[in-house]
Design a protein around this ligand. Structure first.
Ligand code: FES
Ligand code: FES
Length: 335
């Protein structure tokens, strides 16, 4: 087993390896032997057993023909500790590459931590948050909805593990793939990508970080803006294999600190800096970088600095106001 984590592992973390306590079909002994398919890992106390008897009735149906995720249930405290969970019920959805894509830890998360698009991941009744009093039935149903969506959006027949007895998906199962490690939002992310895969597609399709948007895919709209070592970069114009593991990539998911929004995110809300929101993550990533660049003080300077980020909704007045409010606050703080 790997070393216990001190805080719950989050979305984007690699799932730790551990010996399975229950046989899952073939002669498989560890979690990584299940690579190639989405897994719903249930860490539950022996007194709370949501994944057994009720499961077939709770599964909300296959979305877009997706296969049901394999449910792996663990009651051992040492396994929970590997995921940074102590004395709590927790669900983790682990994708086919062994990366955590969805998390809910009772007592820690007020809402599920997810890289599945929030709109799609909402339970059918529209409820978005997990109230403390949530029933275990609702809890499991929401988890399964997210897991089904995860499977529907990420697994392709080629990526799915063929039931050939192979213990795990090797890099060679994607033709020409190379194993790279990206440092995204402070976490190391091992990925198997072909050399032609852009950073944008690696983030969205492989890592599940869909906050970064694809607009033009040709370097013209700015919707895909992320930071690499603090500088703004168009993810659609950057090949993932170009980035060394030491390059610190920040996406919109990495700006907020827990429930506390980054000041620029809050400013966009305060100043109505968006309408449909599609360009907004790119606008905010661009804006958070430009406040550290040597631009003049005026609104025209902001317009010039942000001219690579197109907003079809024309929310430019609010965007400029939001950026200027943060720049002003930064200057005030520096005095
Ligand atoms: Fe990258 Fe438009 S999607 S610039
Ligand atoms: Fe709609 Fe900018 S808010 S494109």
């Amino acid at each position: 087993m790997t070393r216990p984590a001190t805080t719950p592992l989050g979305v984007g973390d690699a799932a730790p390896e551990f010996p399975l306590s229950i046989s899952h079909g073939d002669a498989r002994e560890t979690l990584s032997a299940l690579r190639g398919e989405a897994i719903l890992l249930v860490l539950a106390s022996p007194h709370w057993d949501p994944a057994c008897e009720e499961l077939p009735a709770l599964y909300p149906g296959h979305s877009a023909g997706a296969a049901a995720p394999r449910v792996v249930e663990e009651h051992r405290l040492e396994v929970a500790r590997l995921f940074g969970v102590e004395d709590a019920t927790a669900l983790f959805v682990i994708d086919e590459h062994g990366v955590i894509r969805w998390r809910y830890v009772a007592g820690v998360d007020s809402i599920p931590q997810s890289s599945v698009p929030a709109r799609d991941a909402e339970p059918a009744d529209g409820a978005h948050a997990f109230p403390a009093s949530m029933s275990r039935r609702d809890f499991v149903q929401s988890a399964l909805t997210a897991a089904a969506l995860l499977a529907a959006t990420t697994l392709t027949p080629r990526q799915a593990r063929a039931d050939t007895g192979a213990s795990q998906v090797e890099p060679g199962t994607i033709a020409g793939a190379a194993r790279i490690t990206l440092n995204v939002n402070g976490r190391s992310l091992p990925l198997d990508v072909e050399p032609r895969v852009t950073l944008l597609d690696a983030l969205r399709d492989r890592a599940g970080l869909t906050g970064t948007k694809k607009g033009c895919d040709h370097g013209q709209c700015g919707a895909c803006t992320v930071h690499v070592d603090g500088r703004r970069v168009l993810a659609c114009m950057t090949l993932a294999v170009m980035l060394p593991p030491s390059a610190k990539i920040t996406t919109i998911e990495g700006l907020a600190q827990g429930d506390a929004l980054h000041p620029m995110q809050q400013a966009f809300i305060t100043h109505d800096g968006f309408q449909c929101g599609y360009c907004t993550s790119g606008q905010i990533m661009s804006a958070t970088a430009m406040v550290n660049e040597p631009w003049g003080k005026g609104d025209d300077d902001v317009r010039e600095a942000m001219s690579g980020n197109i907003c079809r909704c024309g929310a430019y007045p609010g965007i400029v106001a939001a950026v200027q409010s943060v720049r002003g606050a930064t200057k005030e703080a520096a005095r």
